[in-house]
Design a protein around this ligand. Structure first.
Ligand SMILES: NC(=O)C1=CN([C@@H]2O[C@H](COP(=O)(O)OP(=O)(O)OC[C@H]3O[C@@H](n4cnc5c(N)ncnc54)[C@H](O)[C@@H]3O)[C@@H](O)[C@H]2O)C=CC1
Ligand SMILES: O=C(CO)COP(=O)(O)O
Length: 370
Protein backbone atom coordinates (compact mmCIF):
# COMPACT_ATOMS: atom_id res chain seq x y z
CA UNK A 1 0.00 0.00 0.00
CA UNK A 2 2.71 2.43 1.06
CA UNK A 3 4.67 1.55 -2.09
CA UNK A 4 1.65 2.08 -4.34
CA UNK A 5 1.13 5.55 -2.86
CA UNK A 6 4.77 6.31 -3.45
CA UNK A 7 4.55 5.17 -7.08
CA UNK A 8 1.46 7.31 -7.69
CA UNK A 9 3.19 10.32 -6.17
CA UNK A 10 6.11 10.14 -8.58
CA UNK A 11 4.10 9.53 -11.74
CA UNK A 12 5.13 12.14 -14.26
CA UNK A 13 2.54 14.33 -15.94
CA UNK A 14 1.90 13.47 -19.56
CA UNK A 15 0.89 16.29 -21.89
CA UNK A 16 -1.17 16.23 -25.08
CA UNK A 17 -2.07 19.19 -27.23
CA UNK A 18 -5.43 18.99 -28.95
CA UNK A 19 -4.97 21.17 -32.02
CA UNK A 20 -2.12 22.00 -34.37
CA UNK A 21 -2.97 25.23 -36.13
CA UNK A 22 -0.86 28.36 -35.91
CA UNK A 23 -1.15 28.88 -32.13
CA UNK A 24 -1.57 25.17 -31.47
CA UNK A 25 1.84 24.49 -33.01
CA UNK A 26 3.49 27.28 -31.03
CA UNK A 27 1.82 25.99 -27.85
CA UNK A 28 3.26 22.53 -28.53
CA UNK A 29 6.70 24.06 -29.04
CA UNK A 30 6.48 26.08 -25.80
CA UNK A 31 5.36 23.09 -23.78
CA UNK A 32 7.81 20.65 -25.36
CA UNK A 33 10.80 22.81 -24.54
CA UNK A 34 9.75 22.61 -20.88
CA UNK A 35 8.84 18.94 -20.65
CA UNK A 36 12.12 17.70 -22.05
CA UNK A 37 14.34 16.45 -19.26
CA UNK A 38 11.93 17.78 -16.62
CA UNK A 39 11.50 15.76 -13.41
CA UNK A 40 7.68 16.25 -13.33
CA UNK A 41 6.78 15.87 -17.00
CA UNK A 42 7.21 13.11 -19.57
CA UNK A 43 9.43 14.30 -22.40
CA UNK A 44 7.01 13.46 -25.18
CA UNK A 45 4.25 15.90 -26.13
CA UNK A 46 1.60 14.42 -28.36
CA UNK A 47 -0.10 16.87 -30.71
CA UNK A 48 -3.36 15.95 -32.36
CA UNK A 49 -3.45 16.92 -36.02
CA UNK A 50 -6.67 17.37 -37.95
CA UNK A 51 -5.40 15.38 -40.90
CA UNK A 52 -5.15 16.85 -44.34
CA UNK A 53 -3.18 16.09 -47.48
CA UNK A 54 -0.67 18.66 -48.62
CA UNK A 55 -0.45 19.72 -52.29
CA UNK A 56 2.66 17.49 -52.62
CA UNK A 57 0.51 14.48 -51.67
CA UNK A 58 2.05 13.94 -48.21
CA UNK A 59 -0.15 13.80 -45.12
CA UNK A 60 0.31 16.79 -42.83
CA UNK A 61 1.01 14.60 -39.78
CA UNK A 62 3.70 12.69 -41.69
CA UNK A 63 5.26 15.94 -42.86
CA UNK A 64 5.34 17.27 -39.28
CA UNK A 65 6.97 14.10 -37.97
CA UNK A 66 9.48 14.04 -40.84
CA UNK A 67 10.53 17.70 -40.69
CA UNK A 68 9.68 18.59 -37.07
CA UNK A 69 7.85 21.59 -38.49
CA UNK A 70 4.19 22.29 -39.09
CA UNK A 71 4.82 23.07 -42.73
CA UNK A 72 1.30 24.36 -43.29
CA UNK A 73 0.45 26.36 -40.18
CA UNK A 74 3.87 27.37 -38.80
CA UNK A 75 6.38 26.92 -41.55
CA UNK A 76 10.06 27.36 -40.73
CA UNK A 77 9.86 26.78 -36.96
CA UNK A 78 11.18 23.59 -35.34
CA UNK A 79 8.71 22.28 -32.78
CA UNK A 80 11.17 20.20 -30.75
CA UNK A 81 12.06 16.56 -31.33
CA UNK A 82 9.78 15.47 -28.49
CA UNK A 83 6.65 16.69 -30.28
CA UNK A 84 4.86 13.80 -31.97
CA UNK A 85 2.08 14.59 -34.43
CA UNK A 86 -0.80 12.14 -34.17
CA UNK A 87 -3.83 12.21 -36.50
CA UNK A 88 -5.78 9.81 -34.26
CA UNK A 89 -7.61 11.99 -31.73
CA UNK A 90 -8.38 9.25 -29.23
CA UNK A 91 -4.88 7.87 -29.37
CA UNK A 92 -3.39 11.33 -28.98
CA UNK A 93 -5.13 11.95 -25.64
CA UNK A 94 -5.37 8.42 -24.24
CA UNK A 95 -2.45 8.56 -21.83
CA UNK A 96 -2.38 12.26 -21.06
CA UNK A 97 -3.35 13.79 -17.75
CA UNK A 98 -2.61 17.35 -18.89
CA UNK A 99 -4.71 18.28 -21.92
CA UNK A 100 -4.09 21.53 -23.78
CA UNK A 101 -7.05 22.49 -25.97
CA UNK A 102 -6.21 24.86 -28.82
CA UNK A 103 -8.42 24.60 -31.89
CA UNK A 104 -10.67 27.18 -33.52
CA UNK A 105 -13.66 27.37 -31.17
CA UNK A 106 -16.27 26.20 -33.67
CA UNK A 107 -14.76 22.70 -33.71
CA UNK A 108 -14.64 22.09 -29.97
CA UNK A 109 -18.13 20.72 -29.47
CA UNK A 110 -17.53 18.01 -32.08
CA UNK A 111 -14.13 17.23 -30.60
CA UNK A 112 -15.58 16.93 -27.08
CA UNK A 113 -18.29 14.59 -28.39
CA UNK A 114 -15.58 12.35 -29.81
CA UNK A 115 -13.55 12.48 -26.59
CA UNK A 116 -16.37 11.71 -24.15
CA UNK A 117 -15.33 8.71 -22.04
CA UNK A 118 -11.97 8.48 -23.84
CA UNK A 119 -9.75 10.52 -21.55
CA UNK A 120 -8.14 9.72 -18.22
CA UNK A 121 -10.39 10.37 -15.24
CA UNK A 122 -7.59 12.29 -13.48
CA UNK A 123 -6.94 14.60 -16.45
CA UNK A 124 -6.79 18.38 -16.08
CA UNK A 125 -7.46 20.68 -19.01
CA UNK A 126 -6.47 24.14 -20.14
CA UNK A 127 -8.12 26.00 -22.99
CA UNK A 128 -6.18 28.45 -25.18
CA UNK A 129 -9.27 28.85 -27.35
CA UNK A 130 -10.78 32.30 -27.80
CA UNK A 131 -14.51 31.89 -28.34
CA UNK A 132 -17.79 30.73 -26.91
CA UNK A 133 -20.84 28.64 -27.65
CA UNK A 134 -24.32 30.07 -27.34
CA UNK A 135 -26.91 27.76 -25.85
CA UNK A 136 -30.58 28.33 -25.08
CA UNK A 137 -29.63 29.26 -21.52
CA UNK A 138 -27.07 31.79 -22.72
CA UNK A 139 -23.34 31.92 -23.41
CA UNK A 140 -21.20 28.91 -22.58
CA UNK A 141 -17.49 29.60 -22.48
CA UNK A 142 -15.31 26.93 -24.11
CA UNK A 143 -13.66 25.95 -20.81
CA UNK A 144 -17.14 25.28 -19.41
CA UNK A 145 -18.08 23.28 -22.50
CA UNK A 146 -14.98 21.14 -21.92
CA UNK A 147 -15.79 20.72 -18.22
CA UNK A 148 -19.42 19.87 -18.94
CA UNK A 149 -18.77 17.46 -21.79
CA UNK A 150 -15.60 15.77 -20.53
CA UNK A 151 -16.11 16.03 -16.79
CA UNK A 152 -12.71 17.60 -16.14
CA UNK A 153 -11.52 20.79 -14.52
CA UNK A 154 -10.39 23.30 -17.15
CA UNK A 155 -8.31 26.47 -16.73
CA UNK A 156 -7.74 29.01 -19.52
CA UNK A 157 -4.65 30.74 -20.89
CA UNK A 158 -5.22 33.96 -22.83
CA UNK A 159 -3.12 37.01 -23.59
CA UNK A 160 -1.44 39.25 -26.12
CA UNK A 161 -0.06 36.26 -27.94
CA UNK A 162 0.29 36.57 -31.68
CA UNK A 163 1.57 33.08 -32.38
CA UNK A 164 4.07 33.96 -35.11
CA UNK A 165 5.89 36.31 -32.72
CA UNK A 166 6.09 33.81 -29.86
CA UNK A 167 7.30 31.19 -32.33
CA UNK A 168 10.43 33.34 -32.73
CA UNK A 169 10.73 33.74 -28.98
CA UNK A 170 9.91 37.44 -28.85
CA UNK A 171 8.97 38.53 -25.34
CA UNK A 172 5.31 38.47 -24.35
CA UNK A 173 3.03 37.86 -21.39
CA UNK A 174 -0.01 35.68 -20.82
CA UNK A 175 -2.73 35.26 -18.20
CA UNK A 176 -3.98 32.01 -16.78
CA UNK A 177 -7.52 32.12 -15.44
CA UNK A 178 -8.55 29.54 -12.87
CA UNK A 179 -11.65 28.80 -10.83
CA UNK A 180 -10.60 26.92 -7.71
CA UNK A 181 -7.11 25.52 -7.49
CA UNK A 182 -4.15 27.87 -7.51
CA UNK A 183 -1.88 24.84 -7.37
CA UNK A 184 -3.23 23.50 -10.66
CA UNK A 185 -2.87 26.95 -12.24
CA UNK A 186 0.75 27.05 -11.08
CA UNK A 187 1.39 23.65 -12.66
CA UNK A 188 0.09 25.00 -15.96
CA UNK A 189 2.24 28.09 -15.56
CA UNK A 190 5.28 25.85 -15.03
CA UNK A 191 4.44 23.97 -18.21
CA UNK A 192 4.18 27.10 -20.38
CA UNK A 193 6.61 29.60 -18.80
CA UNK A 194 9.71 30.74 -20.62
CA UNK A 195 12.03 33.65 -20.08
CA UNK A 196 10.29 35.18 -23.12
CA UNK A 197 6.79 34.07 -22.06
CA UNK A 198 5.80 35.41 -18.64
CA UNK A 199 2.62 34.14 -17.08
CA UNK A 200 0.46 35.45 -14.28
CA UNK A 201 -2.50 33.58 -12.85
CA UNK A 202 -5.75 35.18 -11.71
CA UNK A 203 -8.79 33.65 -10.04
CA UNK A 204 -11.26 34.94 -12.60
CA UNK A 205 -11.72 32.31 -15.27
CA UNK A 206 -14.77 33.93 -16.85
CA UNK A 207 -13.12 37.36 -16.99
CA UNK A 208 -9.96 36.02 -18.61
CA UNK A 209 -11.84 33.92 -21.16
CA UNK A 210 -14.30 36.66 -22.03
CA UNK A 211 -11.40 39.05 -22.62
CA UNK A 212 -9.83 36.63 -25.09
CA UNK A 213 -13.16 35.99 -26.77
CA UNK A 214 -14.61 39.49 -27.04
CA UNK A 215 -11.41 41.19 -28.17
CA UNK A 216 -11.73 39.34 -31.50
CA UNK A 217 -14.89 41.35 -32.21
CA UNK A 218 -13.10 44.58 -31.33
CA UNK A 219 -10.27 43.52 -33.69
CA UNK A 220 -12.78 43.27 -36.54
CA UNK A 221 -13.86 46.84 -35.78
CA UNK A 222 -10.22 47.96 -35.78
CA UNK A 223 -9.63 46.29 -39.14
CA UNK A 224 -12.65 48.05 -40.59
CA UNK A 225 -11.32 51.47 -39.59
CA UNK A 226 -7.96 50.54 -41.12
CA UNK A 227 -9.71 49.60 -44.35
CA UNK A 228 -11.51 52.93 -44.29
CA UNK A 229 -8.15 54.75 -43.77
CA UNK A 230 -9.49 56.47 -40.68
CA UNK A 231 -6.16 56.80 -38.89
CA UNK A 232 -4.74 56.17 -35.46
CA UNK A 233 -7.06 58.34 -33.36
CA UNK A 234 -10.09 56.50 -34.68
CA UNK A 235 -8.48 53.14 -34.06
CA UNK A 236 -7.53 54.13 -30.52
CA UNK A 237 -11.13 55.22 -29.93
CA UNK A 238 -12.38 51.86 -31.21
CA UNK A 239 -10.00 50.05 -28.86
CA UNK A 240 -11.10 52.11 -25.87
CA UNK A 241 -14.81 51.78 -26.58
CA UNK A 242 -14.32 48.10 -27.35
CA UNK A 243 -12.52 47.47 -24.09
CA UNK A 244 -15.24 49.30 -22.20
CA UNK A 245 -17.93 47.19 -23.83
CA UNK A 246 -15.93 44.03 -23.17
CA UNK A 247 -15.74 44.85 -19.50
CA UNK A 248 -19.37 45.89 -19.22
CA UNK A 249 -20.69 42.79 -20.99
CA UNK A 250 -18.41 40.44 -19.04
CA UNK A 251 -19.61 41.91 -15.75
CA UNK A 252 -23.24 41.69 -16.78
CA UNK A 253 -22.83 38.05 -17.75
CA UNK A 254 -20.77 37.04 -14.69
CA UNK A 255 -20.94 39.24 -11.62
CA UNK A 256 -17.70 37.64 -10.35
CA UNK A 257 -15.63 39.21 -13.16
CA UNK A 258 -12.95 41.53 -11.77
CA UNK A 259 -12.01 44.95 -13.15
CA UNK A 260 -8.34 44.17 -12.57
CA UNK A 261 -8.48 41.33 -15.13
CA UNK A 262 -8.85 43.91 -17.89
CA UNK A 263 -5.41 45.27 -17.03
CA UNK A 264 -3.75 41.86 -17.39
CA UNK A 265 -2.23 40.60 -20.63
CA UNK A 266 -5.56 38.98 -21.53
CA UNK A 267 -7.29 42.38 -21.42
CA UNK A 268 -5.90 45.65 -22.65
CA UNK A 269 -2.69 44.11 -24.03
CA UNK A 270 -4.54 41.58 -26.18
CA UNK A 271 -6.89 44.27 -27.48
CA UNK A 272 -3.89 46.33 -28.54
CA UNK A 273 -1.87 43.56 -30.20
CA UNK A 274 -4.84 42.05 -32.03
CA UNK A 275 -6.03 45.43 -33.26
CA UNK A 276 -2.51 46.14 -34.54
CA UNK A 277 -1.36 42.82 -35.91
CA UNK A 278 -3.95 40.05 -35.79
CA UNK A 279 -5.70 38.02 -38.47
CA UNK A 280 -9.17 39.34 -37.58
CA UNK A 281 -7.90 42.87 -38.13
CA UNK A 282 -6.26 41.94 -41.42
CA UNK A 283 -9.29 40.25 -42.96
CA UNK A 284 -11.62 43.02 -41.75
CA UNK A 285 -9.37 45.62 -43.39
CA UNK A 286 -9.63 43.70 -46.67
CA UNK A 287 -13.41 43.46 -46.22
CA UNK A 288 -13.70 47.24 -45.84
CA UNK A 289 -11.41 47.84 -48.83
CA UNK A 290 -13.72 45.75 -51.04
CA UNK A 291 -16.62 47.85 -49.71
CA UNK A 292 -18.11 44.69 -48.27
CA UNK A 293 -18.39 43.12 -51.74
CA UNK A 294 -16.34 40.05 -50.86
CA UNK A 295 -17.56 38.05 -47.90
CA UNK A 296 -15.49 37.36 -44.79
CA UNK A 297 -15.54 33.67 -45.73
CA UNK A 298 -14.03 34.35 -49.14
CA UNK A 299 -11.41 36.67 -47.71
CA UNK A 300 -10.54 34.26 -44.91
CA UNK A 301 -9.88 31.50 -47.45
CA UNK A 302 -7.89 33.87 -49.71
CA UNK A 303 -5.75 35.50 -47.05
CA UNK A 304 -5.29 32.91 -44.29
CA UNK A 305 -4.64 29.64 -46.17
CA UNK A 306 -6.56 27.39 -43.81
CA UNK A 307 -6.18 29.43 -40.63
CA UNK A 308 -9.47 30.49 -39.11
CA UNK A 309 -11.02 33.76 -38.00
CA UNK A 310 -12.84 33.76 -34.68
CA UNK A 311 -14.16 37.33 -34.65
CA UNK A 312 -16.96 37.03 -37.21
CA UNK A 313 -18.63 34.00 -35.61
CA UNK A 314 -18.03 35.44 -32.16
CA UNK A 315 -19.75 38.68 -33.24
CA UNK A 316 -22.79 36.59 -34.18
CA UNK A 317 -22.68 34.66 -30.92
CA UNK A 318 -22.41 37.88 -28.94
CA UNK A 319 -25.26 39.38 -30.96
CA UNK A 320 -27.44 36.37 -30.14
CA UNK A 321 -26.74 36.89 -26.44
CA UNK A 322 -27.41 40.65 -26.66
CA UNK A 323 -30.61 40.35 -28.66
CA UNK A 324 -31.94 37.60 -26.42
CA UNK A 325 -31.58 39.97 -23.47
CA UNK A 326 -32.52 43.17 -25.30
CA UNK A 327 -29.06 44.64 -24.68
CA UNK A 328 -28.09 45.65 -28.25
CA UNK A 329 -28.49 49.33 -27.46
CA UNK A 330 -26.09 49.06 -24.55
CA UNK A 331 -23.33 47.57 -26.68
CA UNK A 332 -23.28 49.56 -29.91
CA UNK A 333 -19.84 48.53 -31.05
CA UNK A 334 -20.33 44.80 -30.54
CA UNK A 335 -23.78 45.02 -32.16
CA UNK A 336 -22.62 47.03 -35.16
CA UNK A 337 -19.70 44.72 -35.95
CA UNK A 338 -22.11 41.82 -36.39
CA UNK A 339 -24.46 43.85 -38.60
CA UNK A 340 -21.53 44.88 -40.80
CA UNK A 341 -20.21 41.31 -41.03
CA UNK A 342 -23.54 40.02 -42.34
CA UNK A 343 -23.99 42.94 -44.76
CA UNK A 344 -26.86 44.66 -42.95
CA UNK A 345 -24.74 47.79 -42.54
CA UNK A 346 -21.84 49.14 -44.62
CA UNK A 347 -18.29 49.08 -43.16
CA UNK A 348 -18.49 52.86 -42.60
CA UNK A 349 -21.21 52.25 -39.99
CA UNK A 350 -18.46 51.31 -37.56
CA UNK A 351 -17.95 55.00 -36.78
CA UNK A 352 -21.60 55.94 -37.06
CA UNK A 353 -22.95 53.25 -34.85
CA UNK A 354 -24.77 55.44 -32.37
CA UNK A 355 -27.44 55.85 -35.07
CA UNK A 356 -27.96 52.10 -35.15
CA UNK A 357 -28.04 51.63 -31.41
CA UNK A 358 -30.15 54.61 -30.41
CA UNK A 359 -29.81 54.23 -26.66
CA UNK A 360 -26.11 54.94 -26.75
CA UNK A 361 -23.62 57.28 -28.30
CA UNK A 362 -19.86 57.30 -28.48
CA UNK A 363 -19.51 59.96 -25.81
CA UNK A 364 -18.34 59.10 -22.32
CA UNK A 365 -21.81 59.59 -20.87
CA UNK A 366 -22.96 56.45 -22.61
CA UNK A 367 -21.03 54.45 -20.03
CA UNK A 368 -24.10 55.08 -17.86
CA UNK A 369 -25.95 52.75 -20.17
CA UNK A 370 -23.98 49.90 -18.70
N1 LIG B 1 -2.87 32.22 -34.00
C1 LIG B 1 -2.75 33.05 -32.99
O1 LIG B 1 -1.93 33.98 -33.04
C2 LIG B 1 -3.56 32.85 -31.77
C3 LIG B 1 -4.70 32.08 -31.73
N2 LIG B 1 -5.40 31.94 -30.58
C4 LIG B 1 -6.61 31.13 -30.51
O2 LIG B 1 -6.26 29.76 -30.56
C5 LIG B 1 -7.31 29.00 -31.17
C6 LIG B 1 -6.71 28.13 -32.26
O3 LIG B 1 -6.09 28.96 -33.21
P1 LIG B 1 -4.91 28.48 -34.17
O4 LIG B 1 -4.11 27.42 -33.54
O5 LIG B 1 -4.22 29.72 -34.60
O6 LIG B 1 -5.68 27.78 -35.37
P2 LIG B 1 -5.72 28.22 -36.90
O7 LIG B 1 -6.44 29.47 -37.10
O8 LIG B 1 -4.37 28.09 -37.46
O9 LIG B 1 -6.78 27.13 -37.46
C7 LIG B 1 -6.56 26.13 -38.26
C8 LIG B 1 -6.64 24.81 -37.52
O10 LIG B 1 -7.97 24.29 -37.56
C9 LIG B 1 -7.91 22.94 -37.96
N3 LIG B 1 -9.17 22.51 -38.54
C10 LIG B 1 -9.70 22.81 -39.74
N4 LIG B 1 -10.89 22.18 -39.89
C11 LIG B 1 -11.09 21.48 -38.75
C12 LIG B 1 -12.14 20.65 -38.28
N5 LIG B 1 -13.23 20.41 -39.02
N6 LIG B 1 -12.02 20.10 -37.06
C13 LIG B 1 -10.96 20.34 -36.28
N7 LIG B 1 -9.93 21.11 -36.66
C14 LIG B 1 -10.01 21.68 -37.88
C15 LIG B 1 -6.76 22.94 -38.95
O11 LIG B 1 -6.30 21.63 -39.18
C16 LIG B 1 -5.76 23.79 -38.20
O12 LIG B 1 -5.08 23.02 -37.25
C17 LIG B 1 -8.33 30.02 -31.67
O13 LIG B 1 -9.39 30.11 -30.75
C18 LIG B 1 -7.56 31.34 -31.68
O14 LIG B 1 -8.39 32.46 -31.44
C19 LIG B 1 -5.00 32.52 -29.42
C20 LIG B 1 -3.86 33.27 -29.38
C21 LIG B 1 -3.07 33.51 -30.54
O1 LIG C 1 -5.49 36.13 -30.23
C1 LIG C 1 -4.57 36.56 -30.89
C2 LIG C 1 -3.43 37.31 -30.30
O2 LIG C 1 -3.47 37.29 -28.90
C3 LIG C 1 -4.55 36.39 -32.35
O3 LIG C 1 -5.59 37.10 -32.92
P1 LIG C 1 -6.04 36.84 -34.40
O4 LIG C 1 -6.79 35.55 -34.42
O5 LIG C 1 -6.84 38.01 -34.80
O6 LIG C 1 -4.75 36.74 -35.21
Amino acid sequence: MGEAVHEAAVEKFRVSVVGSGNWGSVAAKLVASNTIGHPFFHDEVRMWVFEEVLPCGEKLSDAINRTNENVKYLNGVKLGKNVVADPDLENAVREANMLVFVTPHQFMKGICKRLGGKIRSDAEGISLIKGMEVKKEGPCMISKLITDMLGINCCVLMGANIANEIAFEKFSEATIGYKHSKEVAQRWAKLFSQSYFLISAVQDIEGVELCGTLKNVVAIAAGLVDGLDMGNNTKAAIMRIGLREMRALSKRLFSSVKDSTFFESCGVADVITTCLGGRNRRVAEAFARTGGKKSFNELEAELLQGQKLQGVSTAKEVYDVLSHRGWQGLFPLLTTVHKICIGLLPPSAIVEYSEHAPNCSLVEGSAECY
